[in-house]
Design a protein around this ligand. Structure first.
Ligand code: MN
Ligand code: MN
Length: 321
């Protein structure tokens, strides 16, 4: 395996764009974690364009450096064997064959013992990754950052697999253990009075944006960690968790959210969770602000998730002596 390009030797704007300038790689390579683009917005009930998310995040990610000072100064490239596995094939406009293709791409990595860190795509792309994980590793706990629960039953005539429904489908299909799962960041206006409580009816815990700030970020992180414990888990981060002032390039912006600083502080306050996979979704570069601020934040969130994975691996190695 090649090393990532050294940005002190080769300017960041040079080369084939991959996430954090990683080498390309896939299921046949000796890697721990692979970046996998899931460039589908077939499930978008509102603004389409998240299909361009993975490459926008890759372009912004050249700004990120290898050492994460928030996790003990770990060099994530030294702690983890990483590669960019490119994008899953999708069928624009056709959701069900796309979901099959996304599941297959994730399943190939998982089957090779590689943890997928996926870049969306709208939020419907989480469901096929959870299907792939459940088939090979059993059901997982879900840690879900979003301003919406995405537990609606359906959208329009028969949109079973919309960006607004994956976490109801995941319970129905027994892909997640809701008793160990938590949805974080809900806020804003509702379609119906039970839009948030429907998640609790499904068994999820819900921590609203108001509750995060009433608790404080450290205590909110503790509440998430207490719910999940050491259960095998999947972390999904919808960029609309963050205030649209910091993350305008999303499908369904929701005013009154955490700043990018507060969102990153919350992630950095989490202990190293037992992640079997993760995704960063709903980056829509067609609606992004000047300087591609949403894509930069998405790249930074993805790098924080890598740092969490690196810290977990380093911690297990230290415990094993
Ligand atoms: Mn969502
Ligand atoms: Mn959302």
């Amino acid at each position: 395996m090649q090393s990532p390009s050294d940005s002190l030797a080769s300017p960041r704007f040079c080369g084939v764009p991959t996430f954090m300038r990683l080498p390309p790689g896939g299921p046949n390579d000796p890697i721990d974690v692979a970046i996998l683009g899931l460039p589908s917005d077939n499930g978008s009930p509102f603004r389409t364009g998240a299909r361009f998310g993975p490459n926008a995040i890759r372009a912004a990610s050249v700004m990120l450096r290898p050492i994460n000072p928030y996790r003990g100064g770990l060099n994530i490239f030294a702690a983890l064997r990483l590669a960019d596995a490119g994008d899953a094939e999708v069928v624009p406009g056709y959701q069900e064959p796309t979901l099959v293709a996304l599941e297959q791409a994730a399943a190939e990595l998982i089957g090779a013992g590689i943890t997928p860190l996926c870049l969306g795509g709208d939020h419907s792309v989480s469901l096929p990754v959870l299907r792939a994980l459940a088939k090979q590793r059993g059901r997982v706990a879900l840690v879900h950052f979003d301003s919406h629960t995405d537990t609606w039953d359906r959208y329009f005539a028969d949109r079973l697999y919309s960006a607004g429904t994956p976490f109801r489908r995941a319970v129905e299909e027994n892909l997640v253990d809701p008793a160990r799962s938590i949805q974080v960041g809900m806020r804003g206006s509702l379609f119906r009075a039970d839009d948030v409580s429907q998640s609790e009816t499904l068994g999820y815990a819900v921590l609203t944006t108001d509750e995060i700030f009433a608790l404080g970020l450290e205590n909110a992180a503790r509440a998430v960690a207490a719910r999940v414990g050491d259960a095998p888990c999947y972390l999904t981060f919808d960029l609309d968790f963050v205030d649209p002032g910091c993350a305008p390039g999303v499908q369904t912006p929701e005013a009154g959210g955490p700043t990018s600083r507060e969102a990153l502080a919350l992630l950095r306050a989490l202990p190293p969770l037992n992640l079997l996979g993760a995704d960063v979704v709903e980056t829509n570069p067609l609606f992004d602000g000047p300087g591609q601020i949403t894509a930069l934040l998405a790249a930074t969130v993805a790098a924080e998730i890598l740092a969490m994975m690196a810290a977990r691996k380093a911690g297990l190695a230290a415990a094993a002596g």
